[in-house]
Each structure stands twice: as C-alpha cells, then as structure tokens.
Design a binder for this molecule. Sequence first.
Ligand SMILES: Nc1ncnc2c1ncn2[C@@H]1O[C@H](COP(=O)(O)OP(=O)(O)OP(=O)(O)O)[C@@H](O)[C@H]1O
Ligand SMILES: [Mg+2]
Length: 146
Amino acid sequence: MHSFISKTTSQTKRIAKKIRETYPNHNLILLSGELGSGKTVFAKGIGALLGIDERHIKSPTYTLIHEHASTPKLLHADLYRLQAKDEIIMENINLWIEGKGIAIVEWPEVALEDFQKPHLHITIEKNGEDERLITVIEKNDERSGI
Ligand SMILES: Nc1ncnc2c1ncn2[C@@H]1O[C@H](COP(=O)(O)OP(=O)(O)OP(=O)(O)O)[C@@H](O)[C@H]1O
Ligand SMILES: [Mg+2]
C-alpha cells in the first residue's frame, strides 16, 4: 500500500501519472472517494499521460461511460448513478482491458468485488479544502503472478 499527500490539483495529476508509471500492468483503476474529492482530477492526470486534452475528461455522470481514442485507448466510467451492478458495463470493462485499453472507474462500490484483477483501488480522502490523502491498494491476480 502506498500513500501520497496532494495539496493542489496539479499535484493530484502528477501523483496519478506516477502511479500509472509505477503499475504499468494494472490497466484497471478504481477510484473511490466522496463527491468532489478529486477522482476526475486524478483521471485527467492519467489522460494527460495518454495525450488526452484534460478538458475532454469530465465526470461522465449522464452517460456512465466515456471512451477516448488515445493510444492506449481510455475508458472512463462513473457508476454513481447505478443502483446495482450492471453486467453489461462489467463486460464492457472486461473486453476493453482485453483489447489493451486502460479503464478508470469512479464510484466502483456498486461492484467492488467483481472487477477483474489485476487492478488498482485508489482512495482519495479530503483533508480540508485543498489537501487530499491518496492511497493505492494493489489487487493482484494470484493466478498470473502480478
Ligand atoms: N489537491 C486536490 N486534488 C484534487 N482536487 C482538488 C484538490 N484541491 C482542491 N480540489 C478541488 O476538488 C474538486 C475535485 O473535483 P472532481 O470533479 O475531481 O471530484 P470527483 O471526486 O470526481 O467528484 P464526483 O464524485 O462528483 O465525480 C475540484 O473542484 C478541484 O479543484
Ligand atoms: Mg468525478
């Protein structure tokens, strides 16, 4: 488990990039944290690494999923509005990863135990107006050894 303190949005984006570079095989990233904690800011940091204009990464609240044609391609989901686990969305995410894409999921709690491994479960806690505690937990697939 790794923890980071961020005091600005740019630090959060930098931490996101560093985490992605530290765990290049973890192509699924789950982001937990209360409303306004910085999950989408974190996603913008990952997007920047892939060359995606950060204005194109926003909370996909109404669509649930946004797909970005970067290399590798990025799927950005926000499950806040889901009342229950949705098999079609889970299958979409699985196929996306199998197709060499990266997937970021905000509000993964509705299906937390069901996401494929390996993945990173990142929690962002608000420690005040601008300070955030960012914690990374690696969930590894015992079978593949990573
Ligand atoms: N250190 C920080 N890191 C990230 N965001 C910060 C930080 N300090 C202040 N903020 C502010 O917190 C807010 C984070 O918004 P963001 O949309 O990323 O939250 P979110 O977790 O995605 O929320 P939601 O659950 O509604 O999707 C922004 O307004 C941002 O400017
Ligand atoms: Mg968001």
